[in-house]
Ligand binder design. Sequence first.
Ligand SMILES: *Cc1c(COP(=O)(O)O)cnc(C)c1O
Length: 458
Amino acid sequence: MKQVDRALLRQLPAVDRIMQWSGVQQLITLYGRDVVRVQVRNGLEELREQIGSGSLTEVPTEEEMARGFARAVEGALGGRLRRVINATGIFLHTNLGRAPLPPEVLARLALDAEAACSLEFDLVTGTRGDRNQRVDRLLAALTGCEAAVAVNNNAAALVLVLSTLASGREVILSRGEMVEIGGSFRIPDILRSSGARLVEVGTTNRTRLADYRSALSKSTGLLLKVHPSNYRVRGFTSSTSTADLVALGLEHGVPVVVDEGSGLLKPRSEAPFVDHESVSELIAAGASLVCSSGDKVLGGPQAGLLMGQRAWVDRCRQHPLYRAFRPGRLTYSGLEETLRRLLGGEASLLDRLWPDTGQHQRRLDRFISRLAEATSVPVEGYVGGGAAPDAAVVGVGVSLPTWKGQLEALRLGEPAVVAYVRQDRLIVDLRTVESDDDEALIGALLAAEAGSHGVRQG
Ligand SMILES: *Cc1c(COP(=O)(O)O)cnc(C)c1O
């Protein structure tokens, strides 16, 4: 090793001295001495290697080193959840946390979570209450169901139903509905893991009532109908209506369960929802049980909802798995407030896919006046969360010049921004951006641009 390297090495501070730096002391307060010490040691080791190989000719400043240690500590702990500006136009983006919660719901959550709350305590009698009773009554009022129960997500709702009603029995399902919803959630696998036997009927594109009828046997536990959500068979197709299935189920004393999926409680007339039977319609058609997600179209926190006839709901609640799937107070608080607001006629968050034209134009104008070379452009937005994958909702977004590394720069900026590139232009769909975030988004776009000049010119 050369003499000059040894001099550089001697300039590196000792671990114990670094642990006294104010920037590092802050890290210790956040993450503890042990985790920080490991990363400081690793960081120093790396610097020594760089000096040894000649790639480092100057010892970094205290600030630079402290920043490096902070990045290493956070990296070692898997980083942080970060707030993201969703400019994709996909409203219920599963990778981005699905439905954003409105401020009123967040305020309720904070109130119910910061101290003790009456989650399962009857304040009138001073005795134990029912944590599910409020959701049960709210969903009855919203959908016309007799009873309802909340669990942690829709996958859990489905497992609970199948385990309760069909363990060791047969479940009849159309071949057109044997779908994978995403994240390895496959209906046939869920069925098997619940101890139910799958009986496939019909074909991918057509399943008739007679197919279900001929598959019925003494071992049939239930008739299952699954909303295919994220895919669609077009052309020569037909499926059996819920009403027809219900009539068949009644004839044979077999319950009919519908996995509605998105939590569309009432019918909507916009294109993505036209042939999507809402929970109210399914209940009115006589479905024994309907299951839905809480954080898709419903617009609440992650939850699974099981709604339908009281006898079936009660049986599900008596299954031992219910205890494993029941939600905690954060879910109940957010869900109850979401449902109360829906009951009060609160507009759906999804309405933002069809924004007020005047207001939307003012937002567009602001982006176009602040960002050089920005223009307005037709964009396609989606409900997301698996709902109506082929029903684009056309709107107007912002189009910007694109350059190498731009999407990454935006993702890693502050705040993080997720947008997309189409035909060599960066597309920003403002419909999925909170209007309060407009200034921050403009700032992030400008900052990414400012940091890019080397790349663009080089
Ligand atoms: C989304 C979806 C599910 C899964 O719901 P999670 O709440 O994510 O568990 C199941 N079935 C259908 C039809 C869906 O759309």
